[in-house]
Design a protein around this ligand. Sequence first.
Ligand code: SF4
Ligand code: SF4
Length: 158
Amino acid sequence: MKTIIKTIKTIKIDPLKCTGCRACEMACSTFHAKPQFRIVNPTRSRIRVFWDEENDVYIPILAGEYTQAECNSRYIITMNKKEYGECSFCRSSCPSRDLFKEPDSGIALKCDVCGEPMPEGGPMCVQWCASGALTYAPERTEEIELAEEEVEEGVEEL
Ligand code: SF4
Ligand code: SF4
């Protein structure tokens, strides 16, 4: 086992401030486009805005890890007396749905917090969110223990 220090980067989401403008989706997709900034295609975005049409609520979701497993225990989620469908808030791409997958290749998409070095001014989706629904929390570090083969790029050893 190795003790390492990992840098934690966090984007906070306040759904109550989200207007559903989807500027975050456009910003993320064009930042990750090749060549960069040439194409705007929200289906390639690592943040997607879920719209609860019935209740007129918008909830931004950041893409997390890919999982090969499909859930076998799906539930209706109730929040503030509103009901939401099974996969509505899931951050994973998985075999069950197309969300957070590259549309041409099917490769899973994951938020990399805009990579290293981070763009001047912070993550692109945060910069483009005029309503303040997305905010970038100050970076923090955390000590964790990993098996040697698990040490990842971007993790600094003690
Ligand atoms: S840019 Fe901000 S307000 Fe617009 S959809 Fe994204 S999170 Fe919501
Ligand atoms: S932090 Fe960067 S990679 Fe992550 S969703 Fe926002 S724009 Fe996309």
